[in-house]
Design a protein. Structure first.
Lengths: 393, 190
């Protein structure tokens, strides 16, 4: 039976962790993810979980300890944000290339500077090429649901890759909202016991993790890693299907909201999608065929599926909450436009920068985006690539 | 009550405005509502102005923006009236609640011509009388429930008692003081 309650996104994440009861969690506090290790260490102290909590001296150490624990054969977890993720940088790649199924709760916050603590995707987007699977949430419910699915994906024999479970700093991590939780037993049964095939503490099998690879072998290892990322697509869908059986909530690579017959679509990631849904309902009442493609999985990038879902649209706004400083827009814009080009999806497209450093986005702001899309499609209005939404002039 | 009620809290860091907002979300949830309670974070310091928000609704809440046109505003510290535009966007059909020892007549001129209802409460007096200490958020919470009508005050008291009983299981005297503050606040708001 579902447990209806209310909690913040960080509490929801911690509740999922309590139910999963992972073996090891090394972590170092950083706003706005600090509460997650704080809650988990309290659970450890209260004997609610038997997780080995390791208070380390930095994020480079938390990821290093996570790599050690995961390589040894333990189900491993950490959490971080912003500069903490940046400080892990070197070893974030090591975790993925060593094919370790670590799960990291990322509470998205911008990278400095100017120094700021609020929501932005520049931290995890910066790590988009590190070889981690990335799954994003709109609200506390999705953060919880995604967390429960994470180990099934990461540990799958066809995958063996680490997973980031991302949510927007403060906007969802610190907002108390209604949520529906699952009971402990069905969750434990769904997630299952971790029984790794290969691990350092396995007596009958000597192995090395993370040794030097000469050029004659290194490229093959990278190709194998890339193949695993591609294989993870089917696993993500299969796990989501099983999860739907359990929870009644369905997940995929994306959520389409009134997208099927939409003339104008917004493509976005995270909490802004809820705001966008409200804007869509207002516009639909006025007869504007507005829709949303909410990106859930960013790594692997389901470009073909996204492009196909947008095929019938006249104009598309691709929203990025992270600058690339490329002069060409943001990461979602660049990757989705490339995918649309390959799929010969001919909709007009504009890449919009929004919500940087926590800049608030209102329903009215999104309505303006749709008005601009209409203007593009109907009156041939062109935009200098790429606009900033809600910028103070 | 309208399908959606939006409330904005102004306080100073350390006074519990965020706690009050989260408590209100909590108790509204317990009466079957969809809720959203969240603070607006900046460089937090004791004494710096802070803002927190509540959305209370009969249906699912999806929007994730701050609140610009609230139905109600609570001001936990009347010194904020000089530095923060507390009535900004406040609906004239709504109301503002100010924690102050001053009279309503002294407060109204500081509200930039706000035409809606104005309520005051001396939360210090209520808090010190009921709990022996100054915690403005407990009386402010009760006063907000009363002026906004987001729930029946009897239901509110019952829910709060259950929640305090859980929270202060080992400190029954704290429960009593808090309940007394809530009841007193319901009559002291004017």
């Amino acid at each position: 039976m579902a447990i209806r309650t209310r909690m913040s996104g960080n509490e929801a994440l911690a509740e999922a962790i309590r139910q999963i009861n992972p073996d090891v969690m090394p972590a170092f506090p950083i706003t706005p993810s600090t509460e997650i290790p704080q809650f988990v260490s309290t659970m450890v102290a209260n004997g609610e979980v038997d997780t080995e909590f390791i208070p380390v001296e930095s994020e480079h150490s938390s990821m290093s300890a996570a790599i050690g624990a995961s390589a040894a054969g333990a189900r491993t977890l950490t959490a971080t944000s912003s500069a903490g993720l940046a400080y892990m940088w070197e070893v974030v790649y090591v975790a993925a290339s060593s094919r370790l199924p670590i799960v990291m709760a990322v509470v998205n916050r911008g990278l400095t500077g100017p120094l700021n603590i609020n929501a932005e995707h520049s931290d995890s987007m910066g790590a988009r090429d590190s070889g981690w699977i990335q799954i994003y949430a709109e609200n506390n419910q999705e953060a919880y649901d995604n967390m429960l699915q994470a180990y099934r994906i990461a540990e799958h024999e066809q995958v063996h890759l680490p997973v980031m479970i991302c949510q927007d700093g403060f906007i969802t991590s610190h907002a108390v909202e209604n949520i529906s939780l699952l009971e402990d037993e069905p969750v434990k049964k769904f997630v299952g016991e971790y029984e790794p095939q290969h691990y350092l503490l396995k007596e009958e099998e000597a192995m090395a993790v993370g040794p030097y690879a000469v050029s004659n072998y290194c490229m093959e290892a990278k190709k194998a890693q890339a193949e695993a990322m591609i294989r993870s697509k089917q696993v993500i869908l299969d796990v989501a299907k099983d999860y739907e059986q359990l929870s009644g909530r369905s997940y995929g690579f994306y959520e389409g909201y009134r997208l099927e017959d939409a003339d104008y679509a917004v493509v976005a990631i995270g909490s802004v999608c809820g705001t966008t849904k409200d804007a869509i309902d207002r516009l639909r009442e006025k007869g504007v065929k507005a829709g949303l493609l909410k990106v859930r999985v960013f790594r692997p990038f389901p470009g073909e599926e996204f492009a196909e879902a947008l095929r019938g649209c006249k104009a598309v706004a691709i929203m990025d909450r992270a600058e690339s400083y490329s002069g060409q827009g943001g990461p979602l814009g660049a990757e989705l436009m490339a995918a649309m080009y390959r799929a010969k999806v001919q909709a007009e497209a504009v890449n919009i920068m929004y919500g940087l450093s926590g800049r608030d986005v209102r329903v009215e702001d999104i309505e303006k985006v749709y008005a601009d899309l209409q203007d593009m499609a109907e009156n041939g209005k062109t935009f200098a690539q790429y606009p900033y939404l809600g910028l103070r002039e | 009550m309208a399908a959606l009620t939006e409330i904005r809290w102004h306080g100073r860091g350390g006074q519990g405005a965020k706690t009050a907002a989260l408590l209100l979300a909590d108790v509204a949830f317990n009466t079957g509502k969809h809720v959203q309670g969240f603070p607006e974070y900046g460089p937090e310091r004791m004494g710096a102005p802070i803002t927190a928000y509540d959305r209370i609704s009969d249906s699912e809440i999806r929007v994730h923006s701050n609140i610009y046109e609230p139905d109600y505003v609570a001001v936990v510290d009347d010194t904020l009236l000089h530095s923060v535009d507390v009535t900004k966007g406040l609906k004239e059909t709504g109301a503002i609640l100010v924690n102050t020892e001053k009279s309503k007549e002294e407060i109204i001129p500081l509200l930039k011509g706000y035409q809606g209802k104005v309520y005051t409460i001396d939360a210090r007096k209520v808090s010190e009388e009921a709990m022996g200490k100054y915690f403005p958020n407990t009386p402010m919470l009760a006063a907000m429930v009363k002026i906004s009508g987001v729930m029946d005050t009897e239901v509110f008291l019952k829910e709060m008692e259950a929640s305090f009983a859980h929270k202060f299981a080992k400190k029954p005297e704290v429960l009593e003081g808090n309940m007394k503050a809530l009841r007193l606040a319901l009559t002291e708001v004017r």
